[in-house]
Design a protein around this ligand. Structure first.
Ligand SMILES: Cc1cc2nc3c(=O)[nH]c(=O)nc-3n(C[C@H](O)[C@H](O)[C@H](O)COP(=O)(O)OP(=O)(O)OC[C@H]3O[C@@H](n4cnc5c(N)ncnc54)[C@H](O)[C@@H]3O)c2cc1C
Length: 343
């Protein structure tokens, strides 16, 4: 296994931003993962696990430890379970199962990143999230150096959340995910954009038609990685949709004096679209601050407008958080992981 020094991280991220990793290695097997952790421990280095770099903003100074890139490949089929290595490309895996008429992740087409990255923030879009179909997550537990198979319950999935990005952050490395999918199952058409797309279709759309429609809608919004499209030089949605109390929501409705878009959330709470809050606070599509900005097609995507540094994106992040908080008493939470800086 090769350990390289001073490797620029920007090319490994969809933001195309970030300084060098002091050490960098590709892990092509579970044995490589163990070897890399030993390498880091012998040198007292912090370790960062890198997938597709699509939910990541790397600091301009880079990372002073070992960046371990999960490059384990392979898809195995065990009846209705697809056993997928952590380094497989997620979007390719979705195409693979849709081609074989398996339902359960068709609405998650076009999301960049690796399979190993999907349980971390319980990836979701267009009415589906991976928590619904994950059967097991294989991990290396860094506290014991043993491999374990975690049940979905043990992963603690919630909206954009799991133990991997909350209570057990930094403890596990995901080497494999088992997905339980339904052969010839019906596609999910729960989301308004998709219902609109298929409104004039007499017979129900196929899985392939639904995933193609999702990719199409994503591309229109600049949320599909397309070469030379500046609107996708991002980490996707930069802010989570905030969940607030019913009383807080009532105060916002009263203040706004009109309809406020919202969705029900667990425990009688209300989820607000972060994009609406940004718009109301004056951050519209195409907004620019220095070399960072907001996508011209999606209010929630902060983008690198060309040669941006992490500092440019963070300045925009801070301005948005401050304005939204001043107006609505809601502190927006960023979705991407920020490496090398405190949030
Ligand atoms: C254009 C665009 C659109 C997007 N749309 C969506 C969307 O619709 N829905 C959505 O949920 N997300 C979306 N995202 C965000 C992103 O694609 C997902 O969060 C994705 O799952 C991140 O996976 P990754 O492999 O790129 O992880 P990375 O960005 O490499 O890492 C993210 C975090 O996961 C950890 N991690 C990654 N792999 C592993 C592993 N094997 N073991 C342990 N920890 C690991 C990293 O340490 C880091 O903390 C979008 C991003 C972009 C750029």
């Amino acid at each position: 296994m090769e350990f390289r020094e001073q490797v620029p991280l920007a090319p490994y991220t969809t933001f195309s931003i970030g300084g060098p990793a002091r050490w960098f290695a590709d892990a092509a097997s579970e044995e490589d993962v163990v070897e890399a952790i030993r390498f880091a421990r012998q040198r007292n280095l912090p370790v960062f696990i890198l997938g597709g770099g699509s939910n990541l903003l790397v600091s301009d100074e880079g990372f002073p430890g070992l960046v371990l890139h999960i490059a384990i490949r392979g898809i195995e089929k065990l009846e209705s379970i697809f056993r997928v290595a952590g380094g497989e490309d997620w979007n390719n895996f979705v195409s693979h199962v849709v081609d074989k008429s398996y339902a359960g992740i068709e609405c998650l087409a076009g999301i960049p990143g690796t399979v190993g990255g999907t349980p971390v923030q319980n990836v979701g879009a267009y009415g589906q999230e991976v928590a619904e179909t994950i059967a097991e997550v294989r991990v290396l537990d860094l506290s014991t150096m043993h491999f374990e198979d975690l049940t979905p319950q043990a992963c603690g999935f919630a909206y954009r959340q799991s133990i991997f990005n909350t209570t057990a952050r930094g403890r596990y490395i995901v080497t494999r995910v088992d997905y339980k999918l339904q052969k010839n199952g019906a596609p999910r058409i729960a989301y308004a954009d998709l219902q609109k797309h298929f409104a004039s279709t007499a017979s129900g759309p196929t899985l392939a038609e639904v995933s193609a429609a999702v990719r199409n809608i994503r591309q229109q919004k600049g949320m599909l990685i397309v070469a030379n499209d500046p609107d996708c030089r991002s980490a996707g949605s930069f802010f989570k949709n905030p969940v607030i109390s019913a009383e807080h929501y009532a105060r916002i409705v009263e203040w706004h004096g009109g309809e406020v878009p919202h969705y029900p959330a667990p425990e009688g709470k209300i989820k607000l679209p972060a994009a609406w809050l940004l718009d109301q606070a004056g951050f519209h599509k195409g907004y620019t601050l220095g070399r960072a900005g907001i996508s011209s097609r999606h209010t929630l995507a902060l983008i690198n407008k060309g040669q941006a540094r992490a500092a440019d994106v963070l300045a925009l992040r801070d301005r948005i958080i401050a304005e939204v908080e001043a107006k609505f008493r809601i502190r927006l939470e960023p979705e991407p992981v920020i490496l090398g800086l405190t949030i």
